[in-house]
Design a protein around this ligand. Sequence first.
Ligand code: SF4
Length: 362
Amino acid sequence: MYAPSPFHTHGAPRDYSQTPLNVYWETTQACALACRHCRAEAVPCADPEELSFEDSVNFLRQIPGFGSPLPHLIFTGGDPLARHRLYDLIDEAHRLGIPASITPAATPALTRDTIAKLKQHGITGLGLSLDGSCSSLHDSIRGVPGTFDLTLQAMQWAGEFGMPLQVNTLVSAETAPDLPAIFHLLADQPVSRWSLFFLIAVGRGKVLQPLPAEEAEELMRWIYSISSTAPFTVATTEAPSYRRVAIETMRAEGLAGEQIGRSGAARGFGIRDGHGVVFVSHKGDICPAGFLPVTAGNVRTSSIVTVYRDAPLFRDLHDPLSFHGPCGVCRYHALCGGSRARAFSATGDPLATDPLCTFPNA
Ligand code: SF4
């Protein structure tokens, strides 16, 4: 998801224990799709307990409290296009100077005019999901026929309007064999960033199978191999151990510390769930990430700035020495730290070790 592409702007250095890079806001649970792996367990209608317009504006007005540079705000869902008064909320974020992107679902609401309007209101990046290289594979995961064709059409519209585009692809046992074909398909599209999301079994994601750790590591080596020639940035989500794989491969290629450091900045080294990333649910709950549903406060009653900096859960997540097992003692834990969401999903402990990692000498 980030141009630098819209969702990750690694420009100015920042202390991630004080200011996140990205604030993900689940504006609504409502969505007309029925994706097999939906984290939000989206439903056709909005939850009556979703943040009201006034609560939402109050939340947005908290964000400048992080100070400069402000984090990037991602309007997500459900389908953010189904959110009541979406454009008024985008206008408020724009008025506050908060850079913002959006991740709409591929429904009939996603039209050429919609993308033009989002841009007019100040949205600076679009995130679309593509989980298959053809309609039968993609639509079977997304649950509604026609979403593959609409997604490719929306990519063209984004290109037409010069909107930086991030494509998000699910990595699971079901999708992994198709990833090279998706990569070749995207090479001809106006894509800024391709983000490979390694499945976390939460929400409806429990119906799909995550890759075993050894296969995930092999896939990470393939991701690194295509990253230097791809016509867009290639990144991973919920697979921070990719950074270890990248560092080890760069060392094997003879790269020195400074070169690795520059490459690492582009790859988001040091960012992980709750440290560089924070998530606000449709009800206002403040969590470390969308895939780590542990609540540390609510924007109705607390400031996101205070919770992110000072809540005990976030303090632990800011400090890799607090992690348990191999991730706590691993020499890569400051740059990687493991997926806290996957650790939680596997053990119920967000500080446990990431079971996707095969690193033997942690
Ligand atoms: S042991 Fe944990 S911190 Fe170390 S590379 Fe693996 S996931 Fe990252």
